[in-house]
Design a protein around this ligand. Structure first.
Ligand SMILES: Nc1nc2c(ncn2[C@@H]2O[C@H](COP(=O)(O)OP(=O)(O)O)[C@@H](O)[C@H]2O)c(=O)[nH]1
Ligand SMILES: [Mg+2]
Length: 679
């Protein structure tokens, strides 16, 4: 109830501000000559709309217009039961703004009427009634005579309002879509306001440019009560209904439909980068001297013609929960800021990745490789790069391998260099370390929580790093950080160690500068005991699930945090390596909530939050822990069943769930020292 009240307050106050500035600028222009020309009125309207959206966007979503509300309900799933309350609030806000303007301008109105011999309510008094409702053609402060009426047929006025509102809705939906990579982010309200400015500049002289039934009907009704009587409903016949109510509603549906059926998919395609390549060529892969496993002499993997210069290829490795996805997003942002187009590649043993959802929600072109690690799905990795190239021709790829994967140099980066050296410039391999987990491994902090075979993978990851990057340094004081650095120096002599915090930004630039300035240097291939590696991976249970959530105005942020804590408790004493969840509301335009838990003795942290309440949506859950997959499933099912007790009014349906232990790693290629000897 409280949330609905906030929404209605937002709509009422927002529409009040919009009409106050908008009709206020018309009143000032007509009655006092304050604004010279249509553009000055239009820019005040536009800025007024932007301010109204900034003020109320987080309360109600700032529809401020029945055409927006009905279009979102029709196309985007805005709850239908909220449509009428929203419209009522908008009409109330518009009516109140008209009343306040009337009080402020009543003296000016009277003087103007006296000076121009206008009798309020009599024919010709549309000259002043236009301060409130709208008329076609624009009276411009004068009675509408017959020759002027001839210039604007009702059908043309209807068409102008449909087209104007359609453009407005298309812009609103597109600039607020998180997958539209050229959206103006913090300036979304300004872009929407300026669109109205442009539309008024063009169509204002004709229909007065309504595009919003509340903006017209609220003040029109007020003017009828304030002395203009029946005139506001008779000057244009039934135009008050057809041109100023029906046409904007229709235009809203058309614009929303254009976005939903064409633009929305196009933005997602761009982000998914799954467009087929029109210009791909088949490249033979040369014979390899792989020391293990199958070695196809040729592949039909289509590789797009090489970009020039070769694309940069960054791989950000590290154990589960080390901070890889966070770093990948930060690196992608930095590369984009440097003017590069970026393609991201995520990877998992299963499907339905939280990481992919999070990176796409940030608007990055992201390709997901499910069903196995990069090393075992080398051709899929190359395919993913090809798809991204076909869609957006990135200058740089950033790949995040599975957090339980090691031996990436011998199985991924060296083969990439050897086979596709003309297409990729491979950056040094970064391996990220969560400092608290690292302290545990070295006995510097709380007791070890994983079995030795799992920690074998952790150590091998660190051993093969070109750059060892201690993340989350905001969690440690300087002395603990120095102690950890010294210990890492002893364990991995000669290794370049960097320290960063994505949260505070400390060290990030230095790391990225290092990545951008260097290329991977060939070193002897690391020895790996694949039996121990396989046993370590198999100790980790893996669960990926999707869940449908329904309710009425529930707090999705609280739901995620609660579920994460509950799953963790139910799994104890098994150690969680990473539990992450996203919630994507059905009625949203790309916003998501996300939570992450990286150790059983820690707290679930929200990395994305939803501003408002949700009614329904999809939850993606990824859980990796040292436990039997059946136990993971039982803990998740029990937590889902118990959730409605803590978040009343919701129902959760497990749509899909896969739980397993990763199979034995079986790399497509594995290079030996002989393969990588300098040419
Ligand atoms: N305190 C802190 N937390 C971080 C930092 N970077 C990432 N995290 C958190 O660590 C958790 C795991 O991060 P994520 O990037 O998903 O790790 P991944 O599993 O290696 O991809 C999330 O809750 C992040 O918000 C950081 O610099 N400081
Ligand atoms: Mg990740």
């Amino acid at each position: 109830m409280n949330r609905l009240f906030n929404c209605l307050l937002g709509e009422c106050v927002g529409t009040f501000i919009l009409v106050f500035f908008g009709c206020g600028s018309v009143a000032a222009a007509v009655l006092t000559g304050a604004q010279v020309g249509i553009f000055q009125v239009a820019i005040v309207w536009g800025l007024g709309i932007a301010i109204a959206i900034y003020l109320t966007g987080s309360l109600s979503g700032a529809h401020l217009n029945p055409a927006v509300t009905t279009s979102l309900a029709w196309w985007v799933g805005f709850p239908k039961r909220r449509v009428l309350p929203y419209i009522a609030a908008q009409l109330t806000g518009a009516f109140l703004a008209a009343a306040v303007l009337y009080l402020i301008f009543s003296g000016a109105l009277r003087s103007y009427e006296t000076a121009h011999d206008i009798q309020r309510g009599a024919p010709g008094s549309e000259a002043t009634a236009m301060v409130f409702g709208e008329y076609f053609p624009n009276p411009g402060g004068k009675p509408l005579d017959e020759p002027r009426r001839q210039m604007m047929a009702p059908a043309a006025a209807f068409g102008a309002e449909v087209v104007g509102t359609a453009i407005l809705l298309l812009v609103i939906c597109s600039v607020t879509d998180k997958c539209n990579r050229s959206r103006p982010r913090a300036f979304e309200p300004v872009a929407i306001g300026l669109t109205v400015t442009l539309l008024i500049s063009l169509l204002g002289p004709l229909t007065m440019a309504c595009f919003n039934p509340a903006r017209d009907l609220g003040p029109r009704v007020f003017s009828a009560l304030a002395g203009w009587g029946a005139l506001p409903f008779s000057v244009n016949g039934t135009g008050w209904l057809t041109v100023y109510v029906i046409a904007p509603l229709l235009g809203g549906l058309v614009g929303g439909g254009l976005y939903h059926l064409v633009f929305r998919e196009a933005y997602r395609l761009q982000t998914r980068a799954s467009a087929p390549s029109p210009a791909t060529i088949a490249v033979p892969i040369p014979a390899l001297k792989s020391s293990t496993t199958h070695n196809p002499m040729t592949t039909t993997t289509p590789i797009p013609a090489p970009p020039s210069p070769p694309a940069r290829y960054f791989m950000i490795g590290g154990f589960l929960g080390a901070g890889k996805t966070t770093a990948v997003a930060a690196l992608a942002q930095r590369l984009a800021k440097d003017g590069m187009k970026v393609g991201l590649i995520t990877n998992d043993q299963g499907s339905n990745l939280v990481d992919t959802a999070m990176l796409r929600a940030r608007g990055f072109a992201t390709e997901e490789i499910p069903g196995g690690c990069f090393c075992c799905r080398f051709n899929s990795l190359v395919d993913a790069a090809a798809k991204l190239t076909a869609a957006t021709r990135p200058d740089a790829f950033v790949a995040e391998p599975v957090g339980s994967c090691t031996d990436l140099v011998a199985t991924v980066t060296y083969p990439l260099r050897r086979i596709y050296g003309d297409r990729f410039r491979i950056a040094p391999l970064s391996v990220l370390l969560d400092p608290i987990r690292a302290e545990q491994v070295f006995g510097l902090g709380p007791a070890k929580r994983f079995s030795e075979k799992v920690l074998y993978i952790w150590r091998k990851q660190a051993e093969e790093a070109d750059l060892l990057v201690i993340t989350k340094t905001d969690l440690l004081d300087e002395s603990r950080l120095n102690r950890l650095k010294n210990r890492l120096g002893e364990e991995f002599p000669g290794k370049e160690i960097l320290t960063v915090s994505a949260r505070t930004g400390e060290g990030i630039d230095a790391w990225f500068d290092r990545l951008l300035s260097g290329e991977q240097v060939t070193r002897p291939v690391m020895a790996v005991d694949y039996d121990v590696y396989a046993e370590g991976e198999a100790l980790l249970g893996w669960l990926n699930a999707t869940v449908q959530v329904r309710g009425a105005g529930f707090d999705a942020n609280a739901l995620l945090r609660h579920l994460a804590g509950d799953v963790c408790q139910r799994l104890a004493p098994a150690e969680i390596a990473h539990l992450k969840m996203t919630f994507s509301p059905d009625q949203g335009l790309g916003d998501i909530a996300a939570v992450s838990l990286v150790r059983s003795d820690y707290v679930p942290e929200l990395s994305f939050t939803l501003d408002g309440p949700a009614d329904s949506g999809q939850l993606i859950l990824n859980l990796r822990a040292e436990a039997d997959p059946a136990e993971l499933r039982a803990a998740v099912e029990a937590a889902l069943a118990a959730a409605p007790q803590d978040v009343p009014g919701i129902s959760l349906t497990l749509d899909h769930s896969e739980q397993f232990r990763p199979g034995r790693p079986n790399p497509t290629h594995r290079y030996s020292d002989a393969d990588v000897a300098p040419a």
